[in-house]
Design a protein around this ligand. Sequence first.
Ligand code: PEP
Ligand code: MG
Length: 757
Amino acid sequence: MPTASTNSAREILTGLHDLMASRLAAQGKLNKVVQIVAEAMESEVCSIYLLRDGVLELFATLGLKQSAVHVTKLALGEGLVGTIAKQVAVLNLAEAASHPEFAYRPETGEELFHSFAGVPIVRRERAIGVLCVQHGDPRAYDDLEIEALQTVAMVLSELIANAGLADKASAAATVRDDSPLRLSGLRLVTGLARGNAVYHQPRVLIEHTVAEDTEAERHRVYSAFAKMREQIDHMTSLAEFGTAGEHQEVLETYKMFAYDEGWSRRINEAIDSGLTAEAAIERVRQRMQMRMRDIHDPLLQERMHDLDDLSNRLLRIVSGQLGTAAQMGLRGDAILVARNLGPAELLEYDRRKLKGVILEEGSLTAHVTIVARAMGLPMLGRVRNVRRMIGEGDYLLLDGGDGAVFVRPTGPVEEAFKAKLAITQKRRAQYAALRDVPPVTKDGSRITVMVNAGLRDDVAALDLVGADGIGLFRTEFQFLVSATLPRRESQQRLYRSVIEAAGDKPVIFRTVDIGGDKALPYLDHGEAGEEENPAMGWRALRLALDRDGLMKSQARALLEASAGRELNVMFPMVSEPWEFEEARDIVEQQRAWLASRKKLLPTNIRYGAMLEVPALAETLDILLPKIDFLSIGTNDLTQFLFAADRAHPKLAERYDWLSPAILRFLRRVVRMCGEAGVPVGICGEMGGRTLEAMALIGIGLERFSITPVAVGAIKAMIRSLDRASLMPAVEAMLDNPPPSMREALSAWADEHKVALG
Ligand code: PEP
Ligand code: MG
């Protein structure tokens, strides 16, 4: 029985190479392709169907009746050919007629044949056609034969695209499975967004499949492997890289694959058969995907996913298409799709065009989520297999509040979405009307509502939402978005412009919180060694006190920027009172130095500490007399209280901010501050959620610094609240906690008509 060995794949490719270079018209080339394939595979039939106007049309055949060419048409999903195109999957059948989808077309004369093998012709991960062979005798095709067909399909994809024969593989045309989808995930940032899917790391479109010079292609792959291994080694060696529990695991798998001799050997074999480096990488990727398709072990599927990622990385290196979608520029309204992102990567995007983000990983308090929230970008996390389910260019409707994304939505879904959008806009308008209305409870308590910011542009939000000031300015964001350590002068310029933009409203600057998931590639973390738990590692004040040059220059920049005004400065991750004192001393030394030079100084300096490390609560009696204010960072605090990594996607929903443990802890801190007469506020993400903020008011908090987008909803909640009746209710709940604090608090809010939005 004839089989298509690697040799015959090579034979086919040599034939195709000459054909591609020939002057023959596209139809002529297709006619020739079916001949070459049928000859090499000794098949009675070889046919090519192409997708035109959404239907698969027989374009060329050897073995079927010629009168059927351009006459036989199949819808997507119809018959064997339609099934292959719809599922973007291979069919390999010894007896074609016994397949449930078999559709008999008398005009083709195909009743004479028994066996059937067909592969999709793919462009941008979508089927634009089908290539199939048929034999008179019932036989199963072996792997090498199927692979030879897939190789031909890749070449055909290039030919068809160049000749513009089939529908363009874009969102407007067809999709691998054109049915609409609803994917769900974890609500990270609420809000609605519409746009086309853009991969953060775009897939490489393979332009040339047949090699001119096999030796040169081999060399290209060799260098690409070397470069990729270097990158992976670098990533794994960066101690500060571990942003999430899973990350390390992923990197280990990357490393394993990157050094897998089998993988590079298979790519080289594909090059030997006459493919270009790009086509060979893609060929091997498809082959592995095909083999893994029927394996349902989730762990193996994950690993396949990693290999897919890595193949894409290798393709990007070999083709020189290295930029992220941000660097290449967004063309229209876009919804970004990525496995995960760092905050700096997100900040690179054009804010006018980026409308939303969908991540395969992600968690509520990871910094990328905080940045997205600050940018007002709806964001969905933990969407499984997102990059397999959503193709580049797919039209998407993202509903961050519902935790859902609609892929290729139908008319009614889009209508419902529009209606929801209208309601949200109306609500937003209602919130906007609260801009100049103070957040006062029904019984007359004025609550302070400030905003969190980190970039110069964020300051505009202050006026837009009508907040009381900036309660947390994350100075490290400037460090994250620059390529090198920002100089003192540029820090000073930023701080001054922020202070000026805030006018008479206060700004609380937090000194840099670098480390954890905010690693700076240009800062040598080498001294810290390999960090197993970067969030609990050498970060924030710990790093700043050890690298006091950094702290000194920031202190100078802050003092100079606040000359003639009050400076509010606070330190992150204070774990023991002496750390606060040391940090304050650095600022004081700088103040003395400036004074000795007769420089204009701030009129007053207010020093604050962030309470993010639980241990500090035990020494508050020592700390409180030394500070002017305390700010509770619940993002870090809760991760440490529950020993649950704030960026770990698997833990993202495990513990509730409204748990008695957290609320009791906070109640104690608030009480101690009250007794010491030290103002205390909250600046973690928790404060920006209406029910959580209500609970916090219930334990006595009066100062909030929250994400700007939440100000309207929080103000509305405050204005609908009777604090005097809330406080004893929360007190009672905490003394004797119900099974679910969240449910009990929601019920109370319902009963008392609190506007939770
Ligand atoms: C916090 O930890 O709650 C906080 C406000 O700081 P960051 O999120 O920047 O760590
Ligand atoms: Mg923090």
